[in-house]
Every structure is written in C-alpha cells, then in structure tokens.
Design a protein around this ligand. Structure first.
Ligand SMILES: *Cc1c(COP(=O)(O)O)cnc(C)c1O
Ligand code: SF4
Length: 332
C-alpha cells in the first residue's frame, strides 16, 4: 500500500492516448491496410502527421481517398507553390492586441492559449503559425488580462490555439479563474477539436469545472465529415450538454473531403443528431501548401445554395470567410 501512496499521480487516460497516437505516416497507412508509399516526406517535414487512434479508427480501411485520411496525410501536393496562398492569410498579425491576444471583432477577443493540437490538419492556416512565440505562459498572460480589463466592451473571451483543451486541467482552470475575475466578461468560448478527435478529453472533472464557472460556456467543435462522429464522440457531447454547455460546429469546405451536397447534408444531420448545432462552414483560408483543398468560389456558392434549399434554417451553417480588416466573417 505504501508504494501506491508514494507513486506520482498517473497521467490521465486522454494524455496516454495522445502519446500513443500516430506520428508516422507509414504506421497509419499500415493500420489502414494501405501501401506504405502514399505520402510525401517533404510535406511531413514541413508539418508532421499527428492523429489520435480514436480518430484513425473511424477511417475506412483500404480507401486512400477516405475523407478523414485526406485531412491528415502529408501529400506531395502540399509542396506546390500557388499564387495567393501565403503564410498568414487571415491577417492575424495585425489583430494582435497583446501577446497571445487577438482583437478583431466587436465584443469578442481571442486568446491563443497553446500551439499544441491533438491532430494536425493539413489545410490549417496554423501550420505556419509561429507557435513558440504565441505560447501563453502565466507571466505573458498579464498584458492580455490588462487589455481585457481596459476594454469593457469585450464580453466574450474565446480560447483558441492550437487547441485550448490540450492544456492540463490545472492550467486551464487557472486561466478560467483569471478570466472570471474580469467583471464585464459574460461568455467563455472554446474552439476545440478535442471532443471529436479525442473524446476521452471530456472528463467529468473538466465538465464540472466548466459548469461551475460564472461565465456561460460555449464549445465550438470542428467536424468536416459525418464519419468523424461515432458513439464515443456522441457520449462526449452528451456530457458537455448535460453540464449546460452549448455545442456548435464550424467545419471547413474542403475539396475531396466534403465538397458534395450529400456530404454536407449528412454532416449537418449527423451533428444535430449528436446534439451539435451547425454554426459556420468556412471557406478555406488560402494558406501556403493547401490549394489542392480549395473549392472554387462559384462551386462553393452553388453547393451552399443547394444546401439552403435542402435543410431547415437551423441546420444550415453560415458560409464564412475571414478577410483581413472585415468586421465579421460571413461571406454569403
Ligand atoms: C473567428 C474569430 C472570432 C469569432 O468570430 P465569431 O463570428 O464570433 O465566431 C473572434 N476573434 C477572432 C480573431 C477570430 O478569428
Ligand atoms: S488548429 Fe484546429 S484545424 Fe488547425 S491543426 Fe489544430 S486542430 Fe487542426
């Protein structure tokens, strides 16, 4: 018994799962029964593969075009240089109000809490983000908190990253406590892929902490394809909703992943069946190395128009694009 007492506390299950995720493309391909040659070394060096097993298990075996696999596998197409595809396509540099804090839209500010993600999405603009400079250590948090105090019109704080749920519970809880002390803040929003790619992260301790906050909590997940949702994801979303948390989805329109009417309808239906309300459908940010994911503007409009004809308003996400300097993201 004594030896148990002196043991350091074990890693939470989700941390172990994170450590056991796929990091080598050839291992993921072998797991899926695919040839080991279907990936690109230069793309892997640029932005290494990272996929939790919980997510990889939802991929179809033997299908190189699987919509979940396409989101994570490094391909030679990423090395192409395409005009207009740049490192900071959304102008985040200009919106910087304090280290780690972006203030771009009225009433909301976004805090980059960590550069880490559980999954590396090939189309993400953060693939070129200067992560280490954006890391928010407790000492570097001070100016951001001061800025929020001075700007009384900010009533909602958005935790983003990377992925804010990559923070350990103690760090996250301390951060939320500091935000709760800012009187005019009313809402706490988390932009996270973890309830979907690593549902074991949604522990009882986490949901209790969020439910206990005086801030109203909104979680915006990121699902691009109906196949990303399985019974474990549904259970994680149920835990969040039982804690009184609103769960929304923002996906990205991606060629070869969800650029058909059938895939987009199934995504919204599956989200709603799981307790997630559609929020945004983003057009791709034109990030270097991602042009093979782009759905051309005309086709995006056509798809969106067809989606509107098909679904009730509450199941239709807003079509959005970030443009530097614009006061909101809605595009259509
Ligand atoms: C996307 C984003 C927001 C949130 O915009 P909503 O339209 O409220 O979802 C806030 N700040 C920044 C910097 C953003 O990029
Ligand atoms: S920030 Fe989100 S979209 Fe980008 S790599 Fe991380 S989890 Fe994926």
């Amino acid at each position: 018994m004594a030896s148990i007492i002196t043991q350091p506390s074990p890693l939470p299950a989700w941390r172990r799962e994170l450590a056991e995720g796929f990091k080598r493309p050839e291992e993921l391909l072998a797991f899926l029964g695919l040839p080991a040659s279907g990936w690109d070394a230069a793309a892997q060096r640029d932005f290494p593969l990272r996929v939790p097993r919980a997510f990889a298990r939802r991929m179809r075996r033997g299908d190189p075009d699987d919509p979940l696999l396409r989101q994570v596998l490094p391909l030679a197409a990423e090395n192409a240089v395409a005009p207009g595809f740049v490192s900071d396509p959304v102008g985040d540099g200009r919106a910087r109000a304090a280290p780690g804090l972006l203030h771009k839209y009225h009433g909301r500010a976004l805090l980059v809490t960590t550069g880490a993600c559980a999954i590396h999405c090939r189309y993400c603009f953060r693939r070129h983000f200067p992560y280490s400079r954006a890391q928010l250590t407790p000492a570097r948090l001070r100016p951001a908190l001061d800025y929020l105090r001075r700007h009384e019109e900010i009533s909602e704080i958005i935790l983003s990253g990377g992925d804010p749920l990559m923070l350990a519970d103690a760090r996250l809880s301390g951060l939320i406590r500091a935000l709760e002390d800012i009187p005019q803040l009313r809402r706490l929003r988390l932009h996270t892929r973890l309830p979907v790619v690593l549902p074991s992260r949604i522990t009882e301790a986490l949901t209790e902490r969020l439910a206990a906050s005086r801030l109203q909590c909104v979680i915006v997940v990121h699902v691009n394809h109906a196949n990303e949702i399985d019974a474990d994801v549904a259970a994680a979303v149920t835990r969040l909703r039982q804690a009184g948390i609103t769960v929304l989805n923002q996906g990205t329109l991606l060629a070869g992943v969800n650029d058909t009417l059938g895939a987009l309808v199934a995504l919204q239906e599956q989200c709603f069946a799981t307790g997630i309300l559609p929020y945004y459908l983003h057009l791709l940010d034109r990030t270097r190395g991602t042009d093979h994911f782009e759905v051309e503007a005309l086709r995006a409009r056509e798809l969106y128009e067809a989606l509107r004809r098909r679904l009730p308003g509450y199941l239709t996400p807003r079509l959005a694009r970030e443009s530097p300097g614009a006061p909101y993201k809605i595009w259509f």
